[in-house]
Design a binder for this molecule. Structure first.
Ligand SMILES: *[C@@H]1O[C@H](CO)[C@@H](O)[C@H](O)[C@H]1NC(C)=O
Length: 260
């Protein structure tokens, strides 16, 4: 750079410094976001690995109740991705009331709720469970098998909920909007996706029109997703009602009312 150019750009220096500083802050922010994402992914895998190892060695193989019990024992002393015995009991009540034969689970983690559902499904029932992280999906699938369930009773789908939902029709092998679609949907994946995925499921005709319970797990009380979901149900009172709200869990009920 020539001397004269440097002199000429001197008045611009503060702006240049500012711009560089701004970019540096932005770059640092991006780095931070990427790092925390990687950390969360690793944390999830480490947590899933140790949960899996504990449950696998502690439970009686082939006994689903003992698998759930081992999960609960683990959660008493460790941070765990499983919903825990209180929500577990609330879920048991939902399944006993709804008596679903087709269940969709978004967010499988280590398979705690998958085992809980499978234990109560009728012989012709089927669970579809979606897990974004392939390593976690493998661990969860193994625990479902350890609990004594067979591949004819469940299917693990690895991928994001957004990518998976459009493929569910052909997997279910039923026409949209018929009563053979899902009677129970559990959302325990990324809360940022809850509302969008619920809309997608409705649009795709995957919620049983006669009645479908949508159970939403709320791990972070500050999530504004709860307010968004309640607002959505209030905006569509002809389709949705709020069935129950307990700490950590919201149950919505979907029913397509016949037009008069
Ligand atoms: C299965 O495990 C549960 C919980 O540990 C236990 O109460 C039950 O007796 C076991 N069932 C069989 C058939 O072993």
């Amino acid at each position: 750079m020539s001397y004269w150019m440097m002199v000429a750009s001197l008045p611009l220096l503060p702006a240049i410094m500012l711009a560089l500083g701004h970019h540096r802050a932005r770059a640092a922010q991006l780095c931070h976001v990427a790092l925390s994402w990687i950390l969360r992914l690793l944390q999830g895998q480490v947590c899933a690995k140790s949960t899996h190892a504990f449950v696998f060695s502690r439970c009686t193989h082939g006994n689903a109740s003992s698998v759930l019990e081992a999960f609960d024992v683990y959660a008493e002393t460790h941070a765990s991705a499983a919903v825990g015995p209180q929500i577990g009991e609330a879920l048991n009540q939902v399944v006993k009331r709804v008596q679903p034969s087709k269940v969709l689970e978004l967010g499988m983690h280590c398979g705690y709720t998958s085992v809980l559902f499978l234990r109560l499904l009728p012989p012709d029932g089927k669970l579809f469970t979606v897990e974004q992280d392939p390593a976690v999906a493998d661990l969860g699938e193994e625990l479902i098998l350890v609990a004594g369930f067979k591949h004819t009773q469940f299917q693990v789908l690895t991928g994001s909920s957004g990518d998976t939902i459009p493929t569910l029709h052909s997997l279910l092998g039923v026409a949209p909007g018929t009563s053979d679609t899902f009677h129970l949907v559990l959302m325990d994946h990324d809360p940022q996706q809850y509302l969008m995925d619920l809309r997608a499921l409705e649009k795709e005709g995957l919620l049983c029109p006669v009645g479908c319970s949508i159970v939403v797990i709320l791990r972070n009380q500050k999530d504004k997703v709860l307010i968004e979901l309640i607002e959505m149900t209030q905006a569509k009172p002809d389709c949705y009602t709020i069935k129950s709200l307990i700490p950590g869990m919201l149950e919505l009920f979907y029913q397509k009312k016949r037009t008069q």
